[in-house]
Design a protein around this ligand. Structure first.
Ligand SMILES: Cc1cc2nc3c(=O)[nH]c(=O)nc-3n(C[C@H](O)[C@H](O)[C@H](O)COP(=O)(O)O)c2cc1C
Length: 192
């Protein structure tokens, strides 16, 4: 049995393409893995925010709310991040969450050779929807959401990284791209 942690950032999940894909993925995942434990964190509801002086001090000491979030993160086996594509990445609240869970001694450690991730063997999935198309060579450098998450997971030792992306929501051919993303969500739910 695996423990899957689903981390969602969206101000209005009811009207989100990213969240709809998340639900499609989870429907398929839970059918295929009925015994797995699924825990949801909705970052807006949970009020996860940027560091202030107190939480920053706690982060450096490995204590407080950051420690609770980091411990919860480190205890899970699989991570699903869900967020819309905003201004070339994702909402700031997801970055704030990353700034809590990337904690020395919990999710990575410092060594004489440099930092080393402590979460080897785990898996991460990033689900997002984008208004425009960023998979072309000209636009790829402007895509700093999925690429940021992939590099951050790699830093923590999580090298098994997948994504489900519905891009070009506002562009011609959106229906076909949505169908492809939905199919990937269904298939990955079975196999992940
Ligand atoms: C604050 C904000 C910033 C956005 N920035 C971008 C952007 O940089 N590039 C883009 O292609 N679309 C951008 N969009 C459009 C969203 O990516 C698009 O609406 C997508 O469907 C969002 O996912 P959602 O349906 O889960 O909310 C932005 C939308 C908002 C509200």
């Amino acid at each position: 049995m695996s423990h899957i942690l689903v981390i969602t950032s969206h101000p209005n999940p009811e009207k989100s393409q990213s969240v709809a894909l998340r639900d499609q993925f989870l429907f398929s995942y839970q059918e295929a893995h009925p015994d797995d434990q699924v825990t949801h964190i909705h970052l807006e509801e949970a009020g996860v925010g940027c560091h202030d002086a107190q939480s920053y001090a706690e982060l450096l000491e490995g204590k407080g709310g950051s420690r609770e979030l980091a411990d919860q993160f480190a205890a899970a086996d699989k991570y699903v991040f869900v967020a819309p594509f905003w201004n070339f990445s994702f909402p700031a609240r997801l970055k704030a969450y990353i700034d809590h869970i990337v904690m020395a001694g919990v999710s990575f450690k410092f060594t004489d050779e440099g930092p080393v991730g402590l979460l080897e063997g785990k898996k991460a999935l990033f689900i997002t929807a984008r208004g425009g198309i960023y998979s072309t060579p000209e636009m790829a450098p402007y895509e700093m959401g999925c690429s940021f998450m992939e590099k951050t997971m790699e830093f923590l030792g999580v090298t098994n990284f997948e994504s489900i992306i519905y891009e070009g929501v506002f562009r011609e051919g959106a229906d076909d791209r949505l169908s492809a993303a939905q199919e990937k969500a269904r298939a990955l739910g079975e196999s992940w």
